[in-house]
Design a binder for this molecule. Structure first.
Ligand code: GLN
Length: 493
């Protein structure tokens, strides 16, 4: 039965249709695998009982020939998506026990298509972080380990529980959100595929907000096709989110095998940044060669404002977060610590409920939005953001997609990079520019480092042209033949 966890979503759907196995068997296999991998701490809340019930219902639909597009596929749901009646914490103690009375649009779309949620996946608190070490519910452990080294590594962040679950084969796919890299970087660290679509492609309704002008939902899976299947279900216009865009959602799998002949792949020279691990730079060159061999034309492009993206992000994202997180005051949601008066209750509740990184972000955000500094920091950052966007618009006149590394290093050990926050912030140096510009991006595993860790490359696309990005990703996947699996995640009984 355990080999059922090796299926891709596409092959599992085919197997279910042919009645080679049942949804109950498929879901049970993943629940067993999840139980065996509890030490990875992927889930904050497990929903195995409901999952078993839903699997039975899926089997009935298969028997009647009325199966839904993703019927019976077990997934992990980042605990940032509100799920009706199921605890939703955003990995913060301030939301402990909060059971939303409604469902987020994205999780609702997936449910409507028949997916089965095994649990609410762990993350960095309020999605702030790059290592899943800021969670109020413990660290997530990467299922990969360095060769000959038993140290626990981070899965990346903020969607670390989602990425680790898919990598460890305890879920077939997962949802994530990406504000500055939180889908792409953990995908790279865990050796799987993850896509952040164009801003506005998926509804943000019911997703706990971090930085509203940047937050975007997207899927994780173990290959391009499965990501395409999940995104098709997640995406679409939603009248409940005024920033979601009313455009038809294409069948993202239709063009997967179209190849890259005739496409232009841009290589931005500003992404050759000092301090990037040389193995990653080498992998980038190999990726360029793979696409060239497959018939793409390679062009050199320039994104001159890249160097300012990180600084700009760390003004805009904290500014928006300080405003969004003002609602957690002990009155409306979750935790409440009684004080001597109302202000004292607010202060005590927030001090007890928010972790250190979240408090740091709120302080930075409040500072850059304060009357005396608004123009110097926040407005300036908004102007630079426009220039970053313009860089991409200019580059896309010369090419169809861009190819870059996803992260400057492979997964690091828990506790590394935590001495000062700036080292941690540098993780997102390659992912943040596209977030600032609202452009779609994805990470694909293409090889292993000398010490056996997965390395990912990032593809960036034109707005709402996820289809071309998927095409190139499939070509890269076929050429790279990344078949390595993490072998250290199941603890000996
Ligand atoms: N690591 C970045 C941050 O800490 C991005 C997080 C995200 O995309 N949610 O803000």
């Amino acid at each position: 039965m355990t080999n059922l966890t090796n299926h891709t979503i596409a092959s599992a759907l085919a197997g279910l249709k042919k009645k080679e196995f049942t949804a109950v068997e498929l879901v049970d296999a993943h629940i067993k695998a999840s139980e065996a991998a509890r030490h990875l701490n992927c889930y904050i809340t497990e929903t195995f009982d409901t999952a078993r019930e839903q699997a039975k219902a899926a089997d009935e639909r298969y028997a009647k020939g009325v199966a839904l597009p993703l019927d019976g596929i077990p997934i992990a749901m980042k605990d940032l998506f509100c799920t009706e009646g199921v605890q939703t914490t955003a990995a913060s103690r301030i939301l402990e026990g909060f059971k939303p009375p409604y469902e987020s649009t994205v999780s609702g779309n997936l449910k409507k298509d028949g997916t089965i949620t095994l649990g609410k996946a762990n993350l960095d608190e309020f999605a702030m972080g790059s290592s899943n070490t800021t969670s109020g519910y413990g660290n997530v452990i990467n299922p990969w380990k360095r060769k000959g080294d038993n140290k626990d590594l981070v899965p990346g962040g903020s969607s670390g529980g989602s990425a680790a679950a898919v990598s460890a084969r305890i879920a077939m796919g997962a949802t994530g959100t990406d504000t500055g890299g939180s889908i792409r970087q953990p995908a790279a660290f865990c050796g799987i595929t993850g896509i952040k679509p164009t801003y506005g492609r998926c509804s943000r309704f019911g997703i706990v907000a971090f930085a509203s002008s940047l937050d975007q939902a997207g899927p994780f899976a173990r290959n391009t096709e499965d990501c395409a299947l999940l995104l098709k279900s997640m995406a679409g216009w939603d009248p409940k989110d005024s920033t979601s865009v009313n455009r038809p959602v294409p069948d993202y799998t239709a063009q997967l095998k179209a190849g890259v002949k005739g496409l232009k792949v841009g290589v931005p020279k500003e992404y050759r940044i000092d301090g990037t691990n040389p193995e990653i730079l080498e992998m980038w060159d190999k990726g360029v060669q793979m696409l060239k061999d497959a018939g793409a034309e390679i062009v050199s492009v320039s994104l001159p404002h890249t160097a300012y993206a990180l600084q700009t992000y760390y003004v805009i994202a904290p500014a928006e977060c300080s405003s969004n997180l003002a609602r957690y005051d002990g009155v409306r949601f979750g935790k409440r610590v009684e004080g001597d008066n109302l202000i004292d209750t607010y202060e005590k509740t927030r001090a007890a409920g928010f972790g250190k990184e979240v408090r740091r972000r709120i302080l930075i955000g409040t500072y850059v939005l304060s009357a005396g500094y608004y123009d110097a920091y926040y407005n300036k950052a908004r102007k630079v953001r426009k220039l970053i966007w313009q860089d991409f618009v200019n580059a896309y006149q010369k090419c169809d997609v861009l190819l870059t590394p996803t992260a400057p290093t492979p997964a690091f050990a828990i506790g590394e990079n935590t001495q000062d926050p700036v080292t941690m912030y540098l993780n997102d140096i390659f992912t943040i520019p596209a977030s600032m510009a609202g452009m779609p991006g994805m990470s694909i595993p293409v090889g292993l480092s000398a010490d056996g860790l997965p390395l990912g490359l990032q593809l960036l696309g034109k707005p709402f042209d996820e289809e071309t990005m998927f095409r190139v990703s499939q070509t890269l996947e076929d050429a790279a033949q990344f078949t390595a699996v993490p072998s250290n995640f199941v603890k000996a009984a």
